[in-house]
Every structure is written in structure tokens, then in C-alpha cells.
Design a binder for this molecule. Sequence first.
Ligand code: SF4
Ligand code: SF4
Ligand code: SF4
Length: 168
Amino acid sequence: MTSKLSRRSVLRGRLSRTDPERLRPPGAQDDFSRLCTGCGDCARACPEGIVIRHSSGEPVLDFTKGACTFCNACAEACETGALIPAPASDWPWRAVITDSCLSLNGIACRACEDACDARAIRFRLMTAGRAAPVLDADQCTGCGECAFTCPAGAVSFEARTPATEEIA
Ligand code: SF4
Ligand code: SF4
Ligand code: SF4
């Protein structure tokens, strides 16, 4: 497999999975760090099993374990107000496909396109048997199904709103 990982894409992938400032469960409030006691009620409540405990003690989503259905079970289980049930449209994260994508590197793959119920991913043919995934951020719900499905770990996430810190 040809690897064309850039420093930027490596940073994106690492940060989106490990930084507790990112990918908090849906409904996280602005003062989440103050309100969250790290009790784990949200993680236990998530039917998809995607809420994990970060080393900081805070809950974060792990899209390597599954996708979010925006069911709000995590927020409903939160007794401190750190999470409050919210519509899926409030979720600021959108998928970003990085340079480690197999298709971009000439290896046939359309797993993310097949997995995306929102039909947010299309492919643009390139030379040498490659095809570039093109992601429509207006269609993307940030559910994470593509990240869960991607065999190369090539899907990262970026926040749409300026209220959330941008990825370097
Ligand atoms: S909204 Fe539902 S699926 Fe998503 S993290 Fe919370 S409990 Fe899990
Ligand atoms: S599933 Fe991953 S490797 Fe496959 S085309 Fe989509 S981003 Fe690329
Ligand atoms: S995050 Fe969900 S909606 Fe967005 S591209 Fe991936 S599968 Fe589609």
C-alpha cells in the first residue's frame, strides 16, 4: 500500500481521537469540564458503545467502535447537566477524509460511500486508477459511520462552528 500521509493528516487523526476537547458526546455544554464528574453514566447508557473514558477522565466518542445515532441516551443519563439532550443538527463535527484513504492511493475502496446513509460522499475519478472521495459537509451529519467502516482509519473530523476549537 502506498502511504502518502502528511503531517497535517496525522495530526488530524490523532487529535480527533484523543483530545478530550473534541468529540465530546452530543449535547456537551460549554462548561463541560466543570460539570462532568467523570461518573461514566453516559458511557453506560450509550446503546452503540461509542462513549469511552479518556485518560483525562472525561467521556469522548470513539468512532472506531461504532457510529452515533443521536439518540440522546447519553445526555438523558447525565445528572450533572454536563450533557443536555439536543437535536442532531447541533452536532458541529463533520467528516474529513485524509491522505491515507486507500482510494486516493490507487487501492479500490468505496466503503465510506456505501456506509453513508446521508449520501454525503462521492468519488471523483483521477489518473492511475485512483479516485478522490469528495465529502459534502452540508449533507454530512457527523454520525461517524464512515469512520467506523473505513479500513484505513482515514476519516477524521473537524468542527463546523467557530465556537469549537479548530484542528491544527
Ligand atoms: S447520542 Fe446515543 S449513540 Fe450518540 S453517543 Fe449519545 S448515547 Fe451514544
Ligand atoms: S472507506 Fe476509507 S479508505 Fe475507503 S474510500 Fe472511504 S476514506 Fe478511503
Ligand atoms: S459522518 Fe456520517 S453522514 Fe458524514 S460522511 Fe460519514 S457516514 Fe456520511
